[in-house]
Design a protein around this ligand. Structure first.
Ligand code: PLP
Length: 454
């Protein structure tokens, strides 16, 4: 399998090159040359456990690592989860909750980032290279990425996050990691500022090469690839023709993986984009207009995003893989803050719904009193949105984080703050972080100071 860029300027590169390139060198996003079709072999896939599904699936997209090595890395990556099935299930009336928060940092991002850490370590050792990972986080990516690579010898990691806009627990999950290869950077700005600066640094190809920069955000194809696994696995567990998924969405990375799983032929029906009050995607799917709004702070902060980086991948397929059409759309959006496609898009595949903060907390309370089950605010956005779907097919709502990560919102909703062993005691540990203005040059300076140019 070869990889190419959505913008047409990179093509024919291997999986490991795509892994290390992160953002494509032409400013686009890397995608596979073609999407493998599994629709005729579904009976063979059923009955496999999570790790076996992962191993089989990854080999369809990765042909430049030894198969045995890849199988071993995959098994190791999922050994750190607190359940052998890797994911968990909770059945509510008419709705199955797919818990993706059983990894080390209690968010779905662990599924991909545990695997990415192993892949990076293996590929770098093989090539005798080092990597400096630069990432931006709206809360959960940072700790999951750090947990994926902490202590690895050939990797340093720099995480940008918006100061005061992630929960204090989320911040502690990053800043208390003692390993010296970890640098947490608190930026005076929003997540969109962090993401914009990160993208801009990656597009400075000279700097990127001089400092061997790599990406762990979902701009990295390997993140999306790893996330396809649980859509495939979950859809196969339901013995039916098609399953609808509801996905709490920010950067469109998670739900985009569901879209690829559907394109591959796994039994997936519709995908519901569930957003909070930051509703750029909901507006897009209802009207066809992608227009920048103001970023609101909400009780589901991992979705406080306006510019969804993975949306470009979806648009590429929407434009029938025409890089020129995609480039004009992106250019228009970059210049004017909005761009449109003709006609509304709530189509066969995508539905969308935006949920308010009040509805989110109401839903947490309702699910708790009805089922004695506690969900985090992101998952609650999804569950609330799910009630807008009319279907006879099973509905799976993706639970993206453990409720203990968001004690304040939970306290307001249900009157107590859930806890988790993996989070208690963090505030007693020593914190390490740097505060930096939302300025590209300042952030480059931090990277320079902690690395020797390769
Ligand atoms: C990152 C995150 C999301 C959003 O996922 P995207 O891939 O950015 O759409 C939703 N919920 C939680 C808890 C997250 O950490």
């Amino acid at each position: 399998m070869k990889y190419r860029s959505t913008r047409g300027g990179v093509s024919g590169i291997s999986f490991t090159d795509a892994l290390l390139m992160g953002l494509a060198d032409d400013g686009g996003l890397l995608i596979p040359d073609h999407i493998p079709d599994v629709s005729h072999s579904l009976p063979d896939w059923r009955g496999r456990d999570f790790v076996q599904v992962a191993q089989t699936l990854l080999k369809l997209f990765i042909d430049d690592l030894e198969h045995d090595d890849l199988d071993n890395l995959t098994a190791e990556a999922f050994a750190n989860f607190d359940t052998p099935e890797v994911v968990g299930w909770k059945h509510l009336d008419g709705l199955d909750v797919l818990e993706l928060f059983h990894g080390p940092t209690l968010a779905f991002k662990d599924v991909a980032l545990q695997l990415l850490g192993k892949l990076f370590e293996h590929v770098l050792a093989d090539r005798g290279e080092r990597l400096n990972i630069l990432g931006a986080t709206s809360g959960d990516t940072g700790s999951a990425a750090i947990a994926g690579v902490a202590g690895m010898e050939n990797i340093k990691i720099f995480i940008l996050y918006p100061k005061g806009r992630i929960s204090s627990l989320q911040e502690l999950q990053m800043t208390t990691v003692p390993d010296e290869n970890v640098q947490c950077i608190s930026v005076s700005g929003t997540f969109d500022d962090c993401q914009r600066i990160m993208k801009s640094i990656f597009s400075d190809l000279q700097f990127k090469a001089a400092y061997s920069l790599g990406a762990i955000n979902s701009v990295n194809w390997a993140r999306v690839l790893a996330q396809i696994i649980y859509y495939a696995y979950a859809s196969l567990q339901k013995d039916c023709e098609s399953v609808d998924f509801v996905v709490p969405t920010g950067n469109f990375g998670n739900i985009f993986a569901g879209f690829i799983a559907k394109k591959m032929g796994f039994p997936i029906g519709r995908l519901l984009v569930a957003t909070n009050e930051n509703d750029i995607l909901d507006r897009f799917f209802k009207t066809g207009e992608y227009s920048l709004g103001e970023v609101f702070r909400t009780n589901s902060p991992a979705m406080d995003i306006q510019v969804a980086s993975n949306f470009e991948r979806f648009l590429f397929y929407h434009f029938d893989e025409d890089a020129n059409k995609l480039c004009s759309f992106m250019e228009e959006f970059a210049q004017s803050g909005k761009a449109s496609i003709s006609g509304p898009l709530c189509s066969e595949t995508f539905l969308s719904c935006s949920i308010s903060q009040a509805e989110t907390e109401e839903t947490i309370a309702e699910i708790n009193s009805k089922y004695g089950y506690i969900v985090d605010p992101h998952t609650a956005v999804g569950i609330r949105a799910a009630s807008s779907i009319v279907t006879d097919d099973p509905i799976v709502c993706v639970a993206t984080a453990h409720p203990a990560k968001f004690p304040d919102a939970l306290g307001r909703a249900i009157g107590h703050r859930p806890s988790h062993d993996r989070l208690s005691g963090l505030s007693d540990l020593e914190e390490r972080k740097q505060e930096v203005p939302a300025d590209e040059a300042e952030i480059k300076k931090v990277i320079h100071n902690f690395t020797a140019p390769a």
